[in-house]
Design a protein around this ligand. Structure first.
Ligand code: SAM
Ligand code: SF4
Length: 508
């Protein structure tokens, strides 16, 4: 396989790492993080309450403040932190949950991540790269249940390099699929990308393909652990990954998604790592991360590590870390996934998360396979272990069920893609988020896209609950002074009437 080695040797561009260093050093300083966590032990109650107040005023917290929150041991204070997380979410993101679906295009990978089912040494999975007809079929299956937003996911391999990615993205955007309840045609309106770090010239091509957010998880910010779990392959270069999103910013992609895989190293350290990442993006580009992810390690095929790591995070700590992130970086969206079991998944959505996937299938070609086998409901399909995914999923509820459940909690589901299509990204969206303005636009677009979903895809049960949410939202919007400025309210009502009458893809 000399040609693959040859391809690998050309991936990392040293000058596209070094330009981002601070006096030759990384923005992650392990000693500094450890010292913050040590020196802020047993924090004073009043100090914690001051930090909570600062966060509620939608100000990004400093490392010593976040370290103090992480060190809280008093249950009463934790309750106050959870309450603050809910207040902040409400202020910046209101009562919305944005839904998306993942599309795994290939499981070919040159890397050896100990926790991942796709790592090259795993001989227990069939390796596959979807052809473009298959990409379209998968997209049809995803679109058919009502999704409008997708995260497209690739392993790191010569066969799924930038040319393949662009072709796949174009094919996803080309699909139009009939809705479940009527003759309306649905489509994916925004594709976010999760792919290995790239050089700037390739990232520019990704940008030009019309992507939304570019997502790379650092996995762990703790370098010795990083080296341990990524023993070889391109991914063993910590710095190439650490500056992946800095390069994306230079390529023009200003909607960036950071993340850490929780369960590899100490969760408090990783929260600090995510914070420092956000701070460095702000420092170098004046734009923080659009979203933060905190996938929790779940068992992967042929990976003892994924099931037995000594740093696996329990539900209680998971809730704490999400709440602290909500306070620490109030302007960033927080993404949880169906890796979480239903109860804790709902809990995380309540206390601070703003996005989740649903109806997900992470097998290569998995959506189409599950759909073709109509005798077996997708839940059964997953339960029977036929899912050849990268790791285990724990919440197999359908999109319709999930939307119904969150409606029962008074939350509205959104499929809004207007921000990126109207140029409200990067620094523009950051300032709008910090002042609570973007949230106001999102509220309107959430109602418009929710109405589309209820009419075109929802079951009767979901539609009935959903229509009540819409009535509440319309009443609230009518009362809010913000919408009375200019023609915004009238403009919205006009669009709402058009959507109710059958027009589609209208946004503000
Ligand atoms: N190849 C891409 C890269 O290197 O960035 C990543 C694609 S991977 C499909 C997406 C993410 O899944 C990884 O970045 C990792 O955080 C997460 N992941 C990998 N193994 C996992 C496991 N066993 N449990 C939960 N999440 C996992
Ligand atoms: Fe490959 Fe990504 Fe899995 Fe690592 S996490 S083995 S890079 S697919």
């Amino acid at each position: 396989m000399a040609y693959i080695q040859n391809w690998q040797d050309r991936i990392i561009k040293q000058d596209e790492i070094e330009k981002y260093l601070i006096n030759g050093k990384d923005f992650i300083d392990e000693n500094k993080i450890t010292t913050h966590l040590e020196t802020n032990k047993n924090p004073d109650k009043n100090k914690i309450r001051d930090i909570i107040q600062k966060a509620i005023s939608i100000e990004r917290l400093e490392p010593n403040e976040v370290a103090s929150l992480l060190n809280v041991t008093d249950n009463e204070l934790w309750e106050e932190i959870y309450e603050a997380a809910i207040i902040i979410k409400r202020k910046v993101y209101d009562n919305r949950i944005v839904f998306f679906a993942p599309l795994y295009c290939s499981n070919l990978c040159v890397n050896s991540c100990l926790y991942c089912g796709f790592r090259r040494e795993n001989g227990k999975i069939d390796r596959r790269l979807l052809n473009m007809e298959e990409v379209k079929n998968e997209t049809r299956a995803i679109t058919r249940v009502g999704h409008k937003r997708m995260i497209i996911v690739f392993g790191e391999h010569q066969f799924s390099d930038i040319d393949y990615m662009i072709e796949a993205i174009q094919n996803v955007y080309s699909v139009k699929e009939k809705a479940q309840n009527n003759d309306k045609m649905g489509e994916i309106r925004r594709i976010n990308v999760n792919a290995a770090p790239m050089e700037i010239s390739k990232l520019k091509r990704l940008y030009n393909a019309g992507i939304g957010t570019y997502q790379v998880f650092q996995e762990t910010y703790h370098k010795p652990t990083y080296n341990l779990v990524h023993p070889k392959g391109i991914k063993s270069n910590y710095r190439w990954r650490l500056y992946a999103l800095h390069r994306a910013m230079d390529a023009g992609i200003d909607d960036l998604a950071i993340g850490a895989l929780f369960g590899i190293y100490d969760w408090k350290f990783e929260v600090m790592g995510l914070l420092y990442h956000a701070i460095d993006l702000e420092r170098q580009f004046n734009i923080g991360p659009h979203t933060i992810s905190f996938p929790r390690l779940t068992p992967a095929i042929d990976s003892d590590y994924s099931a037995n790591s000594k740093y696996l995070v329990n539900d209680n700590d998971m809730k704490k870390l999400v709440a602290v992130l909500r306070l620490a970086v109030p302007y960033s969206g927080l993404i949880c996934t169906v890796r979480e079991k239903p109860d804790i998944h709902m809990e995380l959505l309540k206390i601070g998360c703003t996005q989740t996937d649903a109806s997900s299938n992470i097998g290569i070609g998995g959506y189409t396979e599950a759909m073709q086998n109509e005798a077996i409901h997708q839940k059964e399909y997953l339960k029977n272990g036929k899912n050849k995914g990268q790791f285990t999923l724990n919440d197999n509820r359908s999109l319709d069920e999930m939307i119904r459940e969150i409606a029962k909690l008074g939350m509205i589901s959104s499929f809004c893609t207007a921000g990126y299509r109207c140029g409200r990204t990067g620094d523009k969206i950051m300032s709008l988020l910090k002042t609570g303005t973007e949230g106001k636009f999102c509220k309107l677009n959430a109602v418009l896209t929710y109405k589309e979903f209820l009419d075109d895809y929802a079951s009767e049960e979901t539609r009935v609950i959903g229509e009540k949410i819409i009535i509440d939202e319309l009443e609230e919007i009518e009362k809010m002074p913000f919408y009375k400025k200019g023609k915004l309210y009238n403009n919205f009502i006009e669009k709402y009437i058009k959507i109710s009458g059958g027009e589609r893809d209208i946004y503000i």
